[in-house]
Every structure is written in C-alpha cells, then in structure tokens.
Design a protein around this ligand. Structure first.
Ligand code: SAM
Length: 230
C-alpha cells in the first residue's frame, strides 16, 4: 500500500503523463501511477544499485515493463533532453533536490511541471523555482507516522506569481500557498520549528565566539514564525 505522502504526490502528476521519478527507490510511485493510468509512461531513476534492483523488481512484479523504464544513474543523467514532460523528486533533502535540478537543467527543456517533496529545507527549492521561471501553483502539507511533509508543485511560465513583493522572504520560508491556507498541520510544523530555532538561538547566545550575523538572521526568522503563528 502506497504511503499517504506518495499518494498525495501522485495527485499532482497529470493523466497520461510522460514523467521521470528521480530517486525512485522501490519505484512505488511510478508503479502506482501507471497501474491507475494506462497511458502514463515513466522513467524511474536511481543512483544506488540496491534500490535500483528493488525498482526493477517492483516493475516486473506489477507487469509494468511496457510503461516504466528503470535506469541507473545520478540525478537527471538518466534522462535525455525532451524525453519527459513532468518530473518528480521526492523524499530527499531540499539541498540535494536543488542540486539535482541545477545539474540537470539542460534536460528540462520539455518539462512543464516539477513536483518535489523535500524532507527539509523546502525554501531552497522555492528559490530555485523563482530564479528559473517555474511558478509554484500548488502546495500541500501533511502528517504521516509522526513526520510532517511538504509537497510543492511548480509549473513552467505561468505569469501569476504567488509572491508579494513585500513578503517574498517569509513566503519562501513558509510556502506562499501554505501560508495562505494555514492548516492545522502547518501550525503544528511551525510551532515545532519555532521551539527548535529558539533553542538554537539560546545556545548561540551562550557561545564564546558569536556569529552575530547568523544570530540576527535567526532572530528575524523567529519573529516571522511568531507572526505566522499568531
Ligand atoms: N522517492 C522515494 C520516496 O519519496 O519515497 C524514495 C525516497 S529515498 C529516501 C531517496 C532515494 O533517492 C534513495 O533510494 C537514494 O538512493 C536516491 N538518490 C539519492 N541521491 C540520488 C541522486 N543524485 N540521483 C538519483 N537517486 C538518488
């Protein structure tokens, strides 16, 4: 049974998609999508041999070899330019997802939608989208097994920016659409982040050598969190 997290990710992959799932692990996501949508086609990329073999196995198990091709390789190296129209990268840190996008930018010419689910630091991906002409069109936040996950959907072009000039920095941190909706899970996440950051600041204040610039930045973010929680 597919996790609630990946099921939600799947809802953002359009019908009849021609997509790549990078860091596919067991290939559960592309298998789920292709089982429910016989027109969908996927390239499942994995850099590690263990998960690569698991992915090959799952695809065989479901008889999906005509719909899904599993490829071994780093990031977007496994896809040719213009081979896919959608891209999914889920279950990794934001910095890693961003570097996969950055290193593979020449493969994205035909990609009109990117769906990411960063485990941490969604902000760095939102910044990448902003710089590279992808507009955040949907965001979700959900809790599963004690973890809170964020999903970001970005579409190429789309001239309606979700950002407000005076609020961009806050919106990049909280998510422009998540910040508008402020669900119970959103509050839960930022209440926890607020506590964590307060602890970090307290420790930094006690240190002999102080990084004043960093403390100031964190103080500013702490204030944003207080505001968003109020
Ligand atoms: N995407 C699945 C999910 O969301 O459940 C699996 C997430 S799993 C925690 C991360 C997977 O990404 C691992 O199988 C790992 O081997 C793979 N991975 C890490 N860096 C990668 C890279 N640069 N290129 C391709 N796969 C990568």
């Amino acid at each position: 049974k597919l996790s609630k997290r990946l099921k939600k990710v799947a809802t953002y992959v359009p019908e009849g998609a021609l997509f790549a799932d990078i860091g596919t692990d067991h290939a559960y996501l592309p298998c789920y999508i292709c089982l429910h949508d016989e027109k969908a086609r996927a390239i499942a990329g994995e850099v590690n041999e263990g998960p690569f073999n698991s992915a090959v196995e799952t695809v065989h198990l479901y008889g999906l070899s005509d719909s899904i091709e599993v490829r071994l390789g780093n990031g977007l190296e496994v896809v040719e330019n213009e081979e896919v129209n959608q891209l999914v990268i889920a279950g990794m840190g934001g910095a890693l997802i961003r570097s996969i996008l950055e290193d593979g930018i020449s493969k994205l010419n035909a990609v009109n939608r990117i769906v990411v689910q960063p485990n941490i630091d969604a902000r760095t991906i939102r910044k990448w989208f902003l710089i590279h002409g992808f507009t955040v069109t949907n965001e979700a936040i959900l809790e599963e097994n004690g973890h809170i996950y964020e999903i970001i959907v970005a579409d190429r072009g789309e001239n309606r920016s979700p950002y407000d000039a005076s609020l961009v920095d806050q919106q990049l941190l909280f998510g422009p659409l998540l910040m508008k909706n402020r669900t119970a899970t959103f509050y839960q996440k930022w209440k926890h982040e607020h506590e964590k950051l307060q602890t970090v600041i307290n420790q930094m204040d006690k240190a002999k050598v102080k990084d004043i610039q960093k403390i100031n930045q964190f103080e500013k973010e702490l204030k944003w969190m207080k505001e968003v929680l109020s």
